[in-house]
Design a protein around this ligand. Structure first.
Ligand code: SF4
Length: 311
């Protein structure tokens, strides 16, 4: 799937449905793959992030993921012949500087230049791993960092960012996501694919065509996870998301956001406010916001419950 047809690319360029016209119910709430995953793992964490909107400290790992994603996006601005590991490496520092300009607080991640340089070297290793997995000189993505959004009949708005879409001349779509962590252990692949099914569902609802292939590139372990979805899969994903949203709506109505402790709490910035760790959550805001816009950086931040090898 190394080339695109203009028509096929145009087919995926329109990324958002309308809202409540034409008999479609008003939007009751919005969900991204990350926030759905938060709620499934710990409802209280979802509350802290979505309702209280508590700030979280950036981490070197998550920030490295953001920079590597930015480089892989920019890489395809270059002519095909120039998409080499060296040129990709050259993009690292400018992308880091660009991020630092928009989020100066990230400068506090490193106490010394040497520490930052070591971190950048780690990012370079991830880029090298990318080149071992695929040859970007043979690819012309139809889209990069594509915001997609659709409204389901249930009133739930699904939204998120797709790292890359490749469209074949036949119109077949491949959804690609980069992970800077390691591939999941055997038996956990389905959970990892949840996010990709989510995107596939949105694209199907937007364009009426099920993506042909979902592909996760794990740069941390140099592995690729592929999955071919079908309509039954995506209908099941839609039902699952509706069930998650119903549970969120119930929790909102009752103000009942229970902690769900696990070993992954080690990643949580909110332990001091969590009853499972002896804390007390702040009072709930009087009027919960039903539709929460989610920015890319927020969405990219690894959840506290995300094991370090899956960031
Ligand atoms: S510390 Fe654990 S249980 Fe508490 S909010 Fe965070 S993830 Fe949930």
């Amino acid at each position: 799937m190394s080339s695109t047809s203009t028509a096929a690319a145009d087919a995926v360029r329109s990324v958002s449905t309308g809202t409540s016209d034409g008999g479609v119910p008003a939007v009751l709430g919005s969900l991204s793959p990350s926030r759905a995953s938060d709620f499934l793992t710990c409802p209280l964490l979802y509350r802290f992030r979505v309702i209280d909107r508590l700030p979280e400290r950036p981490s070197p790992l998550a920030t490295r993921g953001t920079v590597v994603h930015a480089v892989l996006e920019r890489l395809f601005d270059l002519p095909a012949a120039e998409r080499t590991p060296e040129r990709a490496g050259d993009l690292l520092r400018p992308e880091w500087d660009r991020l630092l300009e928009t989020e100066p607080e990230l400068g506090e991640l490193f106490s010394a230049d040497a520490e930052r340089d070591e971190w950048l070297a780690g990012a370079r290793g991830l880029l090298d791993a990318y080149f071992a997995l695929e040859d970007p000189q043979r690819l012309e993505p139809a889209e990069r960092e594509l915001f997609v959004e659709c409204d389901l009949e249930s009133g739930l708005r699904l939204r998120g960012y797709v790292d890359r879409l490749d469209v074949a001349p036949s119109g077949d779509v491949r959804v690609v996501d980069y992970k800077t962590g390691r591939a999941p252990r055997e038996g956990f692949e389905a959970k990892a694919m949840f996010q990709m099914r989510f995107y596939a569902l949105v694209l199907w609802r937007l364009h009426g065509r099920v993506p042909r292939l979902l592909q996760l590139l794990y740069l941390g372990s140099g592995e690729i996870l592929r999955y071919q979805p079908d309509e039954a899969d995506l209908l099941a994903t839609e039902r699952k998301l509706a069930a998650i949203w119903s549970a969120i709506a119930r929790a909102t109505e009752r103000g009942d956001w229970r902690p769900s402790p696990s070993k992954l709490c080690d990643w949580c910035d909110h332990q001091s406010l969590c009853p499972a760790f002896g804390g007390t959550p702040p009072p709930l805001p009087l009027v919960p916001v039903p539709v929460i816009p989610e920015a890319r950086v927020t969405d990219e931040r690894p959840s506290p419950h995300t094991p370090v090898d899956e960031v």
